[in-house]
Ligand binder design. Structure first.
Ligand code: AVI
Length: 299
């Protein structure tokens, strides 16, 4: 974490890896974001999943292991679990350990017959996959929420390549991706009136203060989010309100008034662009090898 953070703050455009939003408080704030009126992706994706669940469930063999990377509240997986019998196991992978433990506790109560093998890990790095005692043939990756949009397209391709090597033939991926749409709708989703997204953005600084002995004062920064048309992404930044300095693990960083820390990219795709992105590794229709189901996250 320290290395990544220092590297990001040393660049001419200061930046922080967006995965560090998600400590316990950050995960809760994100949960609140998903319920906001302005934040359309979650409810839209849920509606699509509900509508097409019988077709989706049909594509998943009974002895599959469901793997969810960045499982968070594990709410959407319930839609799948409710439609599937005889799943070999569910493997939620989540960076925030406390949150994961809490979520798994309630899942176990609600699905007493399901084998749940939680993994507390940063899934962007190699991690130990747990042994699955139940017989199983296929791995199905569940990757909803347009989280793929938080990678740069070249990183997304590397990620897809890694995934395709892990999934045995016959395995597959259920992925959610937010499509390009009206700029106003996209910008409103990241600038909610209640200020929850602003609190979520600033939470990364509290996280660094705690974990890396930093002394950011979040009051000195303002939340900014906008759609960058050229890059096809919503960007989130924290803008320094005044000239000041901050110490991180004993190293000093200078901020000018108005200088930004780039904290997140959320890429939006057209369906064509997304097809091109996944094409080297995944087929879009069910085939003997691999299945990918694209959820159209449209308003
Ligand atoms: C998790 N990820 C897909 C969210 C997004 O829309 O990029 C994170 C988020 N950032 C601000 N609001 C939500």
């Amino acid at each position: 974490m320290l290395e990544e953070v220092l590297e990001g703050l040393r660049g001419p455009q200061k930046s922080l890896p967006s995965k560090y939003f998600y400590d316990e408080r950050g995960s809760r704030l994100f949960e609140q974001i998903t319920r906001l009126k302005e934040y359309y992706p979650t409810r839209t994706e849920k509606a699509i999943m509900q509508q097409y669940m019988p077709e989706i469930a049909e594509c998943i063999a009974g002895d599959s292991v469901l793997v969810e990377l960045g499982s968070g509240s594990s709410k959407k997986i319930r839609l799948l679990l409710n439609h599937l019998t005889n799943i070999a196991a569910y493997v939620p992978v989540e960076i925030s350990g406390k949150y994961l433990a809490e979520v798994v506790r309630t899942l176990k109560q609600d699905y007493p017959n399901l084998l749940i093998k939680p993994v507390c890990a940063d899934y962007t790095k190699p991690f130990q996959f747990p042994p699955i005692q139940n017989p199983h043939t296929y791995y199905i990756l569940f990757y909803p929420g347009s989280t793929i949009g938080n990678f740069r397209p070249c990183q997304a391709q590397q990620f897809l390549e890694t995934i395709s090597r892990i999934l045995n033939p016959g395995g597959g991926m259920i992925i959610g991706v937010d499509l390009k749409k009206n700029k106003k709708i996209m910008e409103a989703a990241y600038n909610d009136k209640k200020g929850i997204t602003a609190a979520f953005n600033k939470n990364i600084l509290w996280h660094l203060n705690r974990e890396l002995n930093a002394d950011f004062n979040p009051v000195n920064f303002q939340h900014k989010a906008f759609y960058n048309q050229e890059e096809g992404r919503v960007e989130m930044h924290l803008i320094s309100e005044k000239k000041h300095e901050v110490s991180v693990a004993g190293q000093t960083f200078f901020f000018e008034k108005g200088e930004s820390i780039h904290t997140e990219n959320s890429y939006k795709y057209t369906l064509d662009e997304f097809e091109k992105l996944v094409q080297p590794w995944f087929q879009l229709k069910k085939s003997g090898q691999m299945t990918i189901i694209i959820f159209r996250c449209n308003i």
